[in-house]
Design a binder for this molecule. Structure first.
Ligand code: SF4
Length: 244
């Protein structure tokens, strides 16, 4: 039997979050999402959480498992400790209900970096209008393009916890993805990336990259944008005024 202690918060009746204990007669191969589904179907229909694809693609089932940000579909009962495991909503984001967090803060940060391709009509196009790119050019951003928006990196980032305007790991990794794309011309529209709420707000703790379930390395992406910003600043040091 697996024992889960789940953080509950029902805004209509709870003044503050509380822990509730559940016993699950599940198979070792069950995922945490299977166990939460069992509880909802057979024990307590009021329990709320998010999940969709159940295969590590949609990014909707992020929770803290004993304080560690994980995708619920990638945690299996066989891997949980013999003692009760504590399941809580992702840290650093407002809790809507039980294990569900409000995603608006993350989406607002993501929108700020305009994470979509901004091409130029002057660029060459292929026979059916496609924007041409070599495999080497694609390789420059392919890693960061694997992001599924699960927000585990936000729950792991100590700067997100203390610096609310900070754009955070995934949004800055998304900015790096487009700023590194040979087909993109949106550099001037992503000025917030080079600020204290952008890459310069990162203190390089690196826990975002450790938490990422898709192999994205937001910490490295942020440092590369710091280098890009510093290099673009250098030429301005050599511009002479009229009186010089
Ligand atoms: S960078 Fe990784 S941890 Fe962060 S949102 Fe994207 S997939 Fe999730």
């Amino acid at each position: 039997m697996t024992v889960l202690e789940i953080q509950r918060y029902l805004p209509e009746s709870d003044q503050a979050p509380r822990w509730q204990r559940y016993e699950v007669e599940g198979e070792p191969a069950w995922s945490l999402i299977d166990a939460l589904g069992y509880i909802k179907d057979h024990v307590d229909p009021t329990l709320a959480w998010r999940a969709s694809c159940r295969m590590g693609m949609c990014g909707s089932c992020g929770v803290l498992v004993d304080g560690v940000p994980r995708l619920g579909c990638e945690v299996f009962l066989r891997d949980l400790p013999d003692r009760p495991a504590r399941i809580a909503p992702l840290a650093h984001l407002p809790v809507e209900r039980d294990l569900m967090v409000d995603t608006e803060g993350y989406l607002r940060r993501l929108r700020a970096v305009e994470p979509w391709l901004q091409p130029s009509d002057a660029d060459p196009v292929g026979p059916v209008g496609e924007r041409l790119q070599t495999p080497a050019q694609q390789a420059k951003y392919l890693e960061t393009a694997q992001c599924i928006g699960c927000m585990l990196c936000y729950a792991a980032c100590p700067q997100v916890a203390v610096n609310e305007p900070f754009l955070g790991p995934a949004a800055l990794a998304a900015a790096h993805r487009y700023l590194s794309d040979s087909r993109d011309h949106g550099h001037a529209r992503r000025g917030s990336v080079q600020g204290l709420q952008g890459v310069w707000g990162c203190t390089l703790v690196g826990t975002c990259s450790e938490a990422c379930p898709k192999g994205v390395d937001p910490a490295a992406a942020i440092q590369r944008e710091k280098v890009r910003g510093a290099l673009s600043f250098v030429p301005s040091l050599f511009v002479r005024g009229e009186d010089d």
